[in-house]
Ligand binder design. Structure first.
Ligand code: NAD
Length: 433
């Protein structure tokens, strides 16, 4: 029997023993996971350094800390999430009692990408375990050190009939997708998301798709520009721009354009040093294929900041491009690197029309004090989630379900939503006789 089939068969048999449904069992599993992560912390940081040159601080702040935070939140609230909820019954049936029972789907598949390879494998796993499922994780082959440690960590703390890791290239994913899972949680590109959904349709398996897209950041003329520069530089150049919710491009009111570009230039120097290419802690581009894809964008407009790169080290410095238009190559696909095209506007309305005509973004960021404008943008543009006067922070809240819409994804997780997404909510109406 091939590995994918064997894992699913073993896990389904184990699931039917009912052990994973026990709340104490789930709590214990989450505690084991926490201990395992603590034990492996140095190795996780070393692997993220080896695969992407993330510094220890960045690896901890943007991956390990987020997973531990979600774990602690789940441990704190799991008992209350798992309790069946009574709801009112229609008055026509006075003897009826209506209850919603959350129950695990069964065997879940979690497919992870390479950009936050630890967080995006272990984050969904917390939801799968909390809800009482078995799970198979498929890490990204593009981050081999994290893939290996994911395998080692999980193998050390869980039997494979409960939680397993199947490493490998695309073929491993393809083999897994042929099997019948009870839930599939995929994080990755929109293109592969379509493949996953087609495969899931064969078995009518429900899916969550956490995908990507082009997320705009809008800076109006009343914004607090120094803060805007800090928050855009942090959001855009974290992990060298290889962040699904990074601002992909900027729309800046023409009155504040020059000042904002100067402030962004100063902030880049302040945060990464005078020469980012000499900064030993600046993450590199994941591989040469992506480096070459991004390099073509470097000349796609007028370089306002940066523009240099070193292929041997897969490094591209933070780069800001002016003179771009909607037809430029850099505007045709998700950038996913440290390159930031900037448009100016005097009237935001035609810009909003452009955004609305395009695939729905995963995130949108709006910098303005004008509450009417805030309402207008929120009302007019559909996007996965976002911030007003900040970047990225919405995805760190346990209380804000995180996910895309349209081509940027379907479904969401984080906090209680991670429990709910891996649970079927079984509705039962009970009559007295
Ligand atoms: P990807 O879609 O290439 O790969 C993701 C996973 O799918 C990997 O494990 C890979 O092995 C597997 N895979 C690749 N090709 C496949 C195929 N043909 N059939 C089956 N499985 C296949 O994505 P990536 O390059 O790893 O990640 C970057 C993308 O992920 C970006 O678009 C980014 O925006 C998106 N992303 C989204 C989120 C989110 O939370 N919404 C988070 C991180 C990344």
């Amino acid at each position: 029997m091939d590995q994918a089939k064997q894992l699913v068969t073993e896990q389904r048999t184990f699931f039917y023993t009912g052990q994973t449904k026990n709340i104490e069992y789930r709590i214990n599993a989450l505690q084991q996971l926490r201990k395992g992560i603590e034990k492996y912390q140095q190795r996780i940081q070393d692997a993220l350094r080896a695969d992407l040159n993330k510094s220890e601080a960045e690896a901890y702040g943007s991956e390990i800390r987020i997973v531990l935070g979600e774990l602690d939140f789940a441990l704190e609230h799991l008992q209350e999430w798992a309790v069946p909820k009574q709801v009112p019954t229609n008055s026509a049936m006075p003897d009826g009692v209506s209850t919603i029972y959350p129950e695990p789907y069964g065997v879940a598949l979690i497919i992870a990408p390479w950009n936050y390879p630890f967080q995006l494998a272990f984050g969904p796993l917390i939801g799968a375990i909390a809800a009482g499922n078995c799970a198979v994780i498929k890490p990204s082959e593009l981050t081999p050190a994290v893939s290996r440690l994911t395998y080692d960590l999980i193998q050390e703390i869980f039997p494979q009939e409960y939680i397993a890791v199947m490493e490998g290239e695309v073929e491993a994913s393809t083999a897994l997708l042929k099997e019948k899972f009870d839930y599939i949680f995929f994080t990755g590109s929109t293109g592969v998301g379509r493949i996953v959904m087609k495969a899931a349709a064969e078995h009518l398996t429900p899916v969550t798709l956490e995908l990507g897209g082009k997320s705009p950041a809008i800076v109006h003329n009343d914004a607090e520009l120094k803060l805007v520069a800090q928050r855009i530089v942090r959001g855009k150049f974290l992990n060298a721009g290889q962040t699904c919710v990074a601002p992909d491009y900027l729309l800046v009111h023409e009155q504040v354009h020059d000042e904002l570009i100067n402030l962004i230039g100063a902030e880049i120097k302040d945060k990464f040093g005078d020469d980012v290419l000499q900064n030993a802690d600046f993450p590199h581009i994941v591989n040469s294929r992506n480096f070459d894809r991004l390099s073509k964008f470097l000349t796609d407009g007028k370089t306002l900041i940066g523009g240099r790169s070193v292929r041997e080290q897969l490094l591209i410095e933070p780069t800001v491009l002016g003179d771009v238009n909607w037809e430029s190559a850099v505007m045709k696909e998700e950038i996913f690197g440290p390159i930031l095209p900037v448009f100016t506007y005097s009237d935001l309305n035609p810009m909003l029309d452009e955004i609305v005509r395009r695939p729905k973004p995963l995130a949108l960021y709006l910098f303005t004090q004008d509450e009417q404008l805030q309402d207008q943008v929120l009302n007019q543009v559909s996007f996965g989630g976002g911030c007003i006067n900040d970047t990225l922070s919405h995805m760190t809240s346990h209380y804000l379900p995180f996910g895309g819409v349209g081509e940027s994804g379907m479904g969401s997780y984080h906090g209680q939503q991670s429990f709910d997404v891996f649970s079927h909510h079984k509705s039962v109406l009970k009559r007295s006789e």
